[in-house]
Unconditional design. Sequence first.
Length: 466
Amino acid sequence: MDFDAIKKAAEGYKDDMVKFLRDMIRIPSESCDEEGVIKRIEEELIKLGYENVEIDGLGNVIGWLGEGDKIIAIDSHIDTVGIGNINNWTHDPYEGYETDTIIYGRGASDQEGGMASAAYGGKIMKDLGLIPEGYKIMVVGTVQEEDCDGMCWQYIANKYFPSVEVAKEKIAFVISTEPTDGGIYRGHRGRMEIRVDVKGISSHGSAPERGDNAIYKMADILQDVRALNENPADDSVEIKGLVKMLDPKYNPEHYEDARFLGRGTCTVSQIFFTSPSRCAVADSCAISIDRRMTAGETYKTCLKEIEDLPNVKKYGDDVKVSMYWYDRPSWTGEVYETECFFPTWINKETAPHVKALVDAHHALFGEERLYADEIAKSKRAGRPLTDKWTFSTNGVSIQGRYGIPCVGFGPGAESQAHAPNEITWKQDLVVNAALYAAVPMLYDPTELTGEEATEFRQELTGHDIK
């Protein structure tokens, strides 16, 4: 394989990728409202000579190259979060700007830059004959990831393919183009969205003793949730903190994986209440908990930790702990209802799909992370090439739910995700397109396959979600 030719081709497409990314940024594409940017991607893939370009029922756009039975997929979610407080932005988040090295705007790093690199990586494969015999390339722009990560791939596995079993048989592996700060990422923590509801009894505010204030009950529970996240794991505290999963005493089978991924966390993200008026005692209160899960934790243990908090037990039947479900319609009107449980997953470094990316990076760029300027250097220098994400990705379904091997390499930085004044680096687009183009020919499925390539996958709930 001529690695210099691959790098030259990627560099030659730099201006095209920059233009494509800036076009995508200009089209607001928050979750469930991605139609405009999906159509723009469809246009670009057709222009680049993809042999078949289609939009599925949920609204994901899929471009195909090659004719084999096995599939190597490259995934980019193309929805974005909102802009938040516009006063925190120095420039228009959709029009943005560019310099010699960076592109500014919502979606630059998270995650439309990945779509630009993936589209042109496929183009380079086609131009240079880099699609292995027996394989075809599936470049996917997925929707609603910011709302419900992985749901788009649940739809693909269950609805686009005849069944999950067929998807698992056909798809060799998936490259996620989520931002990786120049690293190759082999897993990440999972997450859950937990709800706690507390009942009370209303009364007139002038006589609060006649009622039972649900907000006061929740105030006690809130302190317990905070302690669960912040406490140590020794006998000095009643509520042992989530850091306990890094200790072989509490997590004997998976503490090493947990130390790689990082400890689990929980935080209260929303609070709700009902009350007859501002002159009344609140008769209900609810909170949402964002729970990040490390290796060794299950959805059952996470729910039970909340149920066993002292003040949850104190208020007994007045408290209900549950898991959220997601059912927002996509931009096409399709509804794919699923639980808000996003499983943890890790690959071994020796897994063939991970090794293919590492080998491609070594051959193209060497053994160290690359950086485009001093801003990127400050985030990347000294970090290992093979690492993990802090946040979660569509990999929660691709590998966490279905066991389809997944690995990450994407332009941009995690620190830019959901932040005002979001940027990405032009050179990252080039580097990523080149690596995507080189990977398929370096993939050797005979080295390890299936479950042997998996370090850890979290148990699922058993809900029959199709």
